[in-house]
Design a protein around this ligand. Structure first.
Ligand SMILES: Cc1cc2nc3c(=O)[nH]c(=O)nc-3n(C[C@H](O)[C@H](O)[C@H](O)COP(=O)(O)OP(=O)(O)OC[C@H]3O[C@@H](n4cnc5c(N)ncnc54)[C@H](O)[C@@H]3O)c2cc1C
Length: 502
């Protein structure tokens, strides 16, 4: 989950927004060097391509004004050079009016197009950054906070436009946006958390403020962007670009996929909640409860304070407030009274996890692993996670996919250049084409394992992504999961698991 834009500055060059626009950061360690153009360069370009050559323009004028046919009775009429004709007051007045009118029309057209351009830019889009405002900031651990931002007020057309873009992204399921640091001109991806509007209700999310986004962000030591974001206050502006759509969870599960396992490190939990929302709240609507897929999250954090939503052991005397909370609260009174914080157990993020567990019993589970407590996600934990306490023989029910199926074949997935499944919407699933008998009698699909976290975390569990001809591919599955899934004796190896690296 690492990305990087490098902007190089030279002489009096302006920050290169164009480079930022064209750079698709992707979910990778891609480092994009900005292409820039100086204002001087632009000037030189325009003056070297005048629309009407100057010499032609002046000769046309001189012909009109100075060379007139002779107005005489002389039969041998000929042209001769005359002194410039004096213009009467009426003609000057008419010319003056025409010029004035033209100026007004041109100004109106320019203003109108500038106005609509500005409005368009305010609506979130993939090419330019649009302004949003921070509406709340909640510290949830010593290093992590939840930032909520909004596009504008409801009457604002830009807010409605952004809300529409977000609705489509939520409908897709897995997505992110880029946020930029305006001074350094760098941008990083962040994953919106599902809305809190469903807390305590069993209905599917009909998001309250649809132009509002929430992010779980961790301040990384020495991290340019996360440190910048951690210093922002309620009311400050942030600049967003996107949405960038990711893997299509519904399509990859198909009719037959029944399990989603998330191996998440730190803030890598955010996409897990997006997928849980898509699969359980939206996809599960109206279906039989037992037909709903299970979403099992194995969540690793370095510190206990970051294991949000973990239930305290029975008999624990802890109030849920750790040392950092009282320390942070004291500091906060002095700095910003607008940041809201509750106990560790009461953070909105913890409540969101507990709410999912309550609403989807047996279908949503988070298992916590904390480095400082000596618990790490090991091969055995992964096997249990893949089985999710159920009979592993059900995994064998899935049809093996066609080797070339872009949606369900691990071999095809390894060669995919990015995770934007929306861009391959028209690609057909080839699994059903293997044999008409199989196709008519069986459902097709895959069980999904997402691995989401910093680059090192992804490499350890699923192997690195691969670069080929300047493009980053998913690459084959290696690491701990590679070893488990290639062990042909085990049911999980036959369960048609697709490993998706985020
Ligand atoms: C699709 C996508 C979605 C993302 N969603 C989120 C999100 O919802 N919340 C969130 O907080 N981050 C998210 N990230 C990560 C985010 O984009 C940044 O990489 C992160 O905030 C660090 O950026 P930075 O500029 O502060 O650090 P940098 O200046 O880029 O890095 C500073 C140092 O920290 C290391 N580092 C970078 N990221 C991490 C990390 N996560 N853990 C440990 N060390 C790290 C780097 O290797 C480097 O040594 C996402 C990334 C991707 C690709």
């Amino acid at each position: 989950m690492h990305n990087h834009i490098t902007i190089r500055w030279a002489g009096q060059m302006r920050p290169c927004l164009e480079g930022l626009r064209t750079a698709r950061l992707g979910h990778s360690g891609l480092s994009t060097q900005c292409r820039y153009r100086s204002w001087a360069g632009l000037k030189a370009q325009s003056s070297s391509h005048p629309s009407i050559p100057k010499h032609q323009f002046s000769s046309v004028l001189s012909r009109q004004n100075n060379e007139l046919p002779l107005q005489s009775s002389d039969a041998s009429a000929q042209t001769q050079k005359l002194p410039p004709k004096k213009q009467g007051p009426y003609r000057s007045w008419a010319l003056f009016n025409i010029a004035g009118l033209s100026a007004v029309i041109i100004a109106a057209v320019v203003l109108k197009s500038a106005g609509s351009g500005n409005n368009d830019k305010k609506i979130i889009n993939k090419t330019s950054f649009s302004p949003f405002t921070i509406v709340s900031k909640e510290q949830v651990s010593p290093t992590a906070f939840i930032l909520s931002i909004r596009a504008g007020n409801d009457a604002d057309s830009s807010a409605r436009g952004s809300a529409q873009a977000f609705r489509e992204a939520w409908d897709h399921g897995l997505w992110s946006v880029e946020i930029k640091q305006p001074q350094l001109q760098i941008a990083r991806h962040y994953t919106p958390l599902p809305s809190l509007s469903t807390l305590g209700s069993s209905s599917s999310p009909a998001d309250g403020n649809e132009d509002e986004l929430r992010f779980l962000i961790r301040r990384v030591d020495g991290g340019e962007m996360s440190t910048y974001l951690s210093k922002l206050r309620v009311g400050d502006a942030v600049w967003l670009r996107g949405p960038h759509l990711g893997f299509d969870v519904e399509r990859r599960l198909g009719d037959a996929g029944r399990r989603v396992v998330f191996v998440a490190g730190g803030t890598g939990i955010a996409p897990a909640l997006q997928v849980a929302r898509r699969v359980l709240d939206v996809g599960g609507e109206g279906g039989e409860a037992e037909e709903k897929p299970t979403v099992s999250i194995l969540w690793a954090n370095r510190r206990a304070d970051d294991a949000l939503g973990r239930q305290r052991q029975a008999g624990s005397t802890s109030t849920g407030n750790s040392w950092w909370f009282s320390w942070w609260q004291r500091g906060d009174e002095a700095t910003s009274s607008k940041i809201t914080a509750r106990t560790v157990a009461e953070t909105s993020f913890a409540q969101q996890i507990q709410d999912l567990e309550r609403r989807h019993p047996g279908h949503f589970r988070v298992s916590y692993f904390v480095d400082e407590e000596g618990s790490f996600i090991g091969p055995q934990d992964l096997r249990i996670g893949l089985a999710d306490g159920q009979d592993t023989s059900t995994l064998r029910e899935l049809l093996p996919p066609a080797k070339t199926c872009a949606w369900h074949s691990p071999a095809a997935l390894a060669k995919l250049p990015d995770d934007d499944d929306a861009s391959r919407r028209d690609t057909e699933c080839k699994c059903g084409q293997k044999s008409t008998q199989e196709a008519s009698s069986s459902k097709v699909g895959a069980n999904l394992i997402y691995v989401s976290g910093p680059d090192g975390f992804i490499e350890a569990y699923a192997g690195p992504k691969r670069w080929y001809a300047g493009t980053e591919m998913q690459g084959p599955v290696r690491g701990v999961l590679g070893r488990i899934l290639t062990n042909g004796d085990r049911a999980e190896a036959e369960g048609n698991w697709l490993v998706l690296k985020l």
